[in-house]
Design a protein around this ligand. Sequence first.
Ligand code: CA
Length: 501
Amino acid sequence: MQLRLLPIAVLALCGSPCSATEKPNILVILADDVGWGDAGCYGATKVRTPNIDRLAREGIRFEDGHASAAVCTPTRYSLITGQYSWRKNAVGLNKGVATGMSPLLIPTQTGTAPGLLKRAGYKTAAIGKWHLGFGLAEPDYNGDLRPGPLEVGFDTFFGLPATNDRMPTVFVRDHRVQGLDPNDPIRCSYDQSVAKKQGLGAWAAGRSRIGWASGGKSAWWKDTEIADTLKRECVGFFERNKNNRFFLLYTPHNVHAPAIPHPRFAGTSGLGNRADMLQELDACIGEVLGALDRLNLTKNTLVIYTSDNGAYATDEKGHKPNGPFRGKKSQLWEGGHRVPFIVRWPDRINPGVSGDLVSTIDVPATICAAAGVVPSNADLSDSFNLLPAMLGDKNATRRDQLVVMSGNGHFALRFGNLKYIPDLSVADGWEAGKKKKQTNARQPALFDLKKDPGESNNLAAEQPDKLAHLASRLKEITTVNERNAPPRRQPDNLQNGSGKK
Ligand code: CA
C-alpha cells in the first residue's frame, strides 16, 4: 500500500535532470479548526478568502482531503511523524488532546519529517500552535522546555505551547518562554485540587482559560496580536533562509476558539468573530505567500494548505463552515475530519482539482519525496506518498483506505467510496456520552459517500458482506498499536533503527 518514490523516479518525472539545488522549499500551513467549506474555492460565498483561493487556482485543490483525527493533537502528531497517533498509548494521542502541562508526546527517537529533512540539509522551523507537549514528565515553563520541537527535528520553534484557550498564555521561543520575568514565575496545573491548594486562577491575559495558572504576566500574549505575531515570524524565517533550502511548518491559531480577531478584521465578514478570524487567517496567508513572491521563492516552493480538523461551528448566518458535510469537530461524521487540502508548486505541479483520497498524515512522506529523501521502512510508516499523483504520473498509486479518529478515541474507516463507522452511538465525539447511555447495543453504519455525502442513508443492514469486510480491514489496521503489542525484546532506539541516527 505504501508507495515510496525512489530518487531515480524523481529524475524521471522532472522532465529535465533535477540537481540538488532544485529541491523545493517547503511550506506546510496547518490551520486550526477550519472546515472544508471555509473558503471561496470550496464553494463559500459569504466569506472572502482571496489568498487561499489563489493557492487553489495556482495548485491542486483536493476535494476528498481529511485530517487523520477530528481534533488537534492527534492530527498534529501524525502530520509530523507520518504515523497514526493512536498507535501510541497516551492521552492526547489515542483520545482527547494534550493539556498545557503534557509532556512531549513525540518520542525523540521517532523518525519525523522535519528530522529527515534536517538531515538532508534543510533549515526546519515550526511557527504557531504546538499542542504536542514539552519535557519528559511535564513542561518547566520557568526553565528549559526540553525535549520539545527542537528535539524532534526542528531547528527553531516559536509559538503557543498548547491552544489559545489553554494555560499558560505565553509564547515559547525554542526552549524558553519569551519575555518571562524570573521574579514572577509561571505556575500551572490542570488538576483543580492542585490549583486550589496553590491558589491558581482560571483567568489569564484578559479572559478565562482551560486549566489554572498564576504568574508570567510579562510574557502574556494579547489574543488580538497572535495572528500578526506568528505571520511576522514566518516572514522573518523566510528572509533569514532565502538562500537555504527550508521547511516551515506554519500552524496559525486561527480559527480556534476563543475567536478574537484583530480589530482591523472585527466585523469584516458580517457573520461573527469566527468568520472574521477566518478572513484574518486568509490575510496572514496572503502576507506569507507575498513574502515568498517578494523573495522570488514562489516557483520552487511546495506549499500545502490544510486544517487539523473540521469546524466546530456548522452555521454562521448562512455560511456553512463544513460545507455540505454532516457533523463537526471531534466527530466521526465527515464534518469532523473532511478538511481543505491544497497543494501548490508552480515549478512542478500543474493546477487542477482532484478527487483523490488524501490526508494530513500523508504530508510527511509527500514532502520528503519532494526533497528526494527516502525514509527507512520504520519511519513515516502510515504516510502515503502523494507526490507521483500530484506530478501527473498516470500510473501513480492512490490511497484507497484511511482510518480517522474522533475526539473520544473511536475510529471510522474510509475504504474507496465507502465509510464504515463501527458504532454510531459514539460518532458524535465529545458530545457522544449522552447518546451512548441511551443504548448498550453497537450500531454499525456503512455509508456510500459518493451517493450520500451527507451520511444519511445507513447501508449496514442492506450490505452485511461489505460491512463485515470493512470491519475486518479496520481491525487489521488498528490492531498494531502499543496497547496490543507483544513485549519488546529490544529497546526502542535499536528496534526502530534510530541507533544509527
Ligand atoms: Ca484544531
